[in-house]
Write a protein that binds this ligand. Structure first.
Ligand SMILES: C[S@@+](CC[C@H](N)C(=O)[O-])C[C@H]1O[C@@H](n2cnc3c(N)ncnc32)[C@H](O)[C@@H]1O
Length: 294
């Protein structure tokens, strides 16, 4: 499953979970083989991302971006629907992690962690001495986050503790009880969507600024900029107002990503152009009270 696809599907699945409690955030597309007895099979134009293992598409169709395509329902001519996109997603993740450069002892919050794709990697990197918090607004994902530590234990891999926290409302951090100067890094990876210019967004980021240790970093990454995602300049403006140093360090995303590509939210839905995303790393420049020092 392409990383971008995973991210975009995660948004859709998160909405589905909020509306349909039994749904789950799913990122795994159809793999070769046959559906197991009792597994759901979708027809063309139907969703194939409803379960964590991925719902199957009927023969002759492919699960792409969470939908069954083929037989007259063709995907757009888009990078996201290519085999390269599938094989490249891990390289985007590597770029983000090289940029963040986590160290043993770091205390990290992965905000909007989904089912916790990154948490195992983070928990290994910050061991020994570190700690990882994965926060999620979708309650069903919090147990998945907590299960990541058990997976590492089962693999016999030494790791820092992982704590899953439920976020009750969109601009609550769920971490305020930790107190100021606690976190080394706060990561937003394809997660919270910021509305440009809004003071509630500034107040939200201020709370993270306060939670960060002196020299702590706020990382905002999106694979793609589309209508509901703040552009890099807009996020930079919010971060500046929230007490972070600007300009941020910008980690270039890999060259294999095109500058723009087409996105189709569902087969037959309007196709929109989306542009290559960004990884921005901001340093804390506020006091423990959250007020800007400058
Ligand atoms: C596209 S998924 C990305 C998951 C993970 N960060 C990754 O890149 O694999 C976005 C996640 O952010 C969560 N989310 C959105 N807004 C949030 C908020 N205000 N606080 C916590 N989680 C949020 C969604 O529920 C969803 O699981």
């Amino acid at each position: 499953m392409p990383r971008a696809s995973r991210a975009l599907q995660c948004v859709a699945a998160a909405i589905a979970i909020l509306v349909v409690p039994t749904a789950a955030c799913a990122f795994v597309s159809r793999t070769p083989g046959a559906p197991l007895p009792g597994e759901e099979v979708g027809g063309r134009g139907q969703k194939c991302d409803r379960r964590p293992t991925g719902m199957w598409c009927e023969d002759g169709l492919r699960c792409l971006q969470g939908w069954c395509y083929g037989k007259g329902v063709e995907p757009p001519d888009s990078y996201l629907f290519t085999p390269e996109a599938s094989s490249n997603w891990g390289r985007i993740e590597d770029t983000i992690f090289e940029g963040i450069d986590l160290k043993p002892g770091d205390v990290v919050a992965d905000v909007g962690a989904g089912p916790g794709f990154y948490l195992k990697r983070v928990a290994k990197l910050v061991h020994p001495g570190g700690k990882v918090y994965g926060t999620e607004i979708v309650k069903d994902m919090v147990p998945m986050i907590r299960a990541r530590a058990a997976e590492l234990d089962a693999e016999g891999v030494p790791h820092a503790p992982i704590e899953g926290r439920f976020v009750k409302s969109p601009r609550e951090t769920s971490l305020d009880d930790l107190g100021p100067n606690t976190l080394s890094v706060v990561m937003f990876v394809n997660s919270v969507q910021f509305s440009p210019g809004k003071s509630r967004e500034v107040n939200y980021l201020k709370r993270f600024c306060r939670l960060l240790k002196p020299g702590g970093r706020l990382v905002v990454h999106v694979d793609w900029v589309y209508d509901s995602t703040g552009a890099g300049e807009e996020v930079t403006d919010l971060a500046r107002r929230a007490g972070f140093e600007v300009p941020p360090r910008s980690v270039p995303l890999p060259d294999f990503l095109p500058e723009r590509t087409l996105w189709e939210p569902c087969p037959g839905c309007e196709r929109v152009w989306i542009t290559k995303g960004y990884t921005l790393i901001f340093r804390k420049a506020c006091g423990a009270d959250g007020k800007a020092k400058r």
